[in-house]
Design a protein around this ligand. Structure first.
Ligand code: GLU
Length: 300
């Protein structure tokens, strides 16, 4: 029997849900439902400094008002630190304490990663220098020549990254004491048995780092599908601070309006009359997602 499908939506509660996150939520929901699978919700509140009180509850209320029903228990990263700690301990031989601060890394000018951050020059790779204390924990990436990660994204196609020059040794535990997103997301996807990650293309560059961690932890790599990022009229990525969506439970016309706009952004062609109820929208959207996947597959 083939693997059951387990997907997830993993919002960071740093503000209310915006149009860009809703695209990721809808795509992951439709993909799970189209495959007859499970759709989990995980609240990524690991960066407690950026979590806004009440934001997670607002996101969950909005998803419910839009008729997106999740399976299983909602998990909260802030309650799972023991899992990140245990995973970091398992790969201890591939990690090292780093005493560098941001300024020192930027000043080294060794390179810039695709996300604009400075590539770590490897200063503490072979031990902390005299008088230096640990600030963060980093994972060693393979040296050039053995550092190529490739995967085929279900939407973006083949992706190749050279970890040494495109990412460098990256942080697993931050100087402020919080576990880094890259570790938490990998540990949770493994622990929850996630088979399919569907999320925004802003995370495409992070995926090779996550595959590297999966391999170190001896875990399989899920399938990936990255949906295009929503930009505003100035071409800027919609951040959590802009374009927050407001739909109150029971306001079906507002919910359907938001759902139809999101579906149009994804390129879904709904069959039949315009839906007049939230359930009718999903009944039309699920097969439309299946047709979209078939079209994309035929193009490649
Ligand atoms: N928490 C991340 C975000 O809201 C998404 C992580 C993921 O889907 O892997 O951007």
């Amino acid at each position: 029997m083939s693997n059951p499908y387990i997907g997830r939506f993993a919002p960071s509660p740093s503000g209310p849900l915006h149009a860009g996150s809703l695209v990721a939520a809808m795509a992951s929901y439709l993909d799970a439902r189209w495959h007859g699978g499970t759709w989990l919700i995980r609240i990524e509140d690991i960066d407690e400094g950026r979590s806004v009180p009440g934001a997670a509850e607002g996101i969950l209320q909005l998803l419910a008002a839009l008729g997106m029903r999740h399976d299983g228990e909602i998990v909260w990263q802030s309650q799972r630190k023991h899992l990140y700690e245990a995973a970091a301990a398992r790969i201890e031989g591939d990690t090292y304490p780093c005493g560098c601060n941001r300024r020192e890394i930027v000043d080294s000018r060794i390179g810039v990663a695709p996300d604009g951050s400075a590539i770590y020059p490897g200063t503490c790779r072979h031990g902390l220098g005299p008088g230096r204390t640990m600030r963060s924990l980093r994972v060693r990436v393979p040296t050039a020549g053995e550092d190529t990660i490739t995967f085929v994204d279900r939407f973006a196609g083949p992706v190749t990254q050279h970890l040494a020059s495109d990412a460098g040794d990256f942080v697993l535990k931050r100087a402020d004491g919080f576990w880094a997103y890259q570790l938490a997301v990998v540990v949770d996807d493994i622990e929850q048995g996630v088979t399919d990650v569907v999320r925004g293309a802003d995370l495409l560059d992070s995926t090779p780092r996550q595959i590297h961690l999966q391999r170190l932890l001896g875990a399989p790599t899920p399938r990936y599908l990255h949906v295009p990022v929503v930009r505003n009229s100035n071409g800027e990525k919609l951040s959590k601070q802009t374009g927050a969506l407001a739909v109150t439970a029971g306001d079906a016309p507002a919910a359907i309006g938001v759902l139809m706009e999101t579906a149009a952004f994804l390129g879904l062609a709904l069959d039949g009359p315009a839906p007049d109820a939230i359930e009718a929208f999903w009944c039309a959207a699920i097969p439309a997602w299946g047709r979209l996947l078939a079209e994309r597959a035929a193009e490649t």
